[in-house]
Design a protein around this ligand. Structure first.
Ligand SMILES: O=C(O)c1ccccc1N[C@@H]1O[C@H](COP(=O)(O)O)[C@@H](O)[C@H]1O
Length: 213
């Protein structure tokens, strides 16, 4: 990969819950930071907590809010306190389109895959987060630290911009970029010392590795 293309790889650090992680993501040059508004996640953050971090963010990266099968009220309550830039949704495409119109925000649809024939077609949304299919007994649809065969994405004519997610780490992100051909990556578990606890040093290593030529 050329140095130019490597340095343009976009990075999202998801599951930010404290100032040290936020500062590390911003200092490392992340393009997006993610707040997880899913109560069953170890990365769950309340709207008031996210509001404090969002003020500290001060526009230095875009803020993505992650919701799983949300009611309208769930999103509304968060947006009253946190002016999110993007909604990352785990729901059906039709419902995601409705919520996009309702809240007038760009929507990224999360889509789990394990085979090439599961890659999505056009859906009228703003972006896709392509990640691993969760195991049948998983308690959440993402953030499980599970990778998949990234090569199934090679040459894919995606209907929108997309991010690669699922089991990425500082050690494997370069290979994931090479094999999948992605230009944007999203990480949560892979930059943590324990579930829900981000490690600033790993955040820096991840961003450096993603953009190394
Ligand atoms: O992070 C979570 O707990 C989570 C909960 C529910 C849905 C998605 C979640 N995380 C997202 O999953 C992908 C991959 O994460 P990982 O790097 O494998 O841990 C990413 O988009 C996370 O933001």
């Amino acid at each position: 990969m050329s140095e130019d293309r490597a340095s343009r790889i976009k990075v999202k650090i998801c599951g930010i819950r404290d100032e040290a992680a936020l500062d590390a993501a911003v200092d490392a040059g992340a393009d997006w930071i993610g707040f997880v508004f899913f109560p069953r996640s170890p990365r769950f953050i309340t709207a008031p907590e996210a509001a404090v971090l969002h003020r500290r963010l001060d526009g230095k990266a875009s803020a993505v809010g992650l919701f799983v099968e949300p009611e309208e009220g769930d999103i509304e309550r968060v947006l009253q306190q946190v002016p999110l830039d993007i909604l990352q949704l785990y729901t059906a495409p039709e419902r995601a389109r409705y919520l996009r119109e309702r809240f007038r925000r760009p929507v990224w649809l999360a889509h789990g895959v394990s085979r090439r024939d599961q890659l999505p077609a056009a859906h009228g949304l703003d972006g896709l987060v392509i990640e691993s299919r969760p195991p049948d007994d998983a308690s959440r649809p993402g953030g499980n630290g599970l990778a998949f065969d990234w090569s199934i994405l090679r040459g894919w004519q995606a209907p929108t911009p997309w991010l690669l997610a699922g089991g990425l780490t500082p050690a494997n992100v370069r290979e994931a970029i090479e094999l999948s051909g992605t230009s944007a990556v999203d990480v949560s578990s892979g930059v943590e010392s324990s579930p829900g606890c981000k490690d600033p040093a790993l955040i820096h290593r991840f961003v450096r590795s993603a953009r190394a030529d």
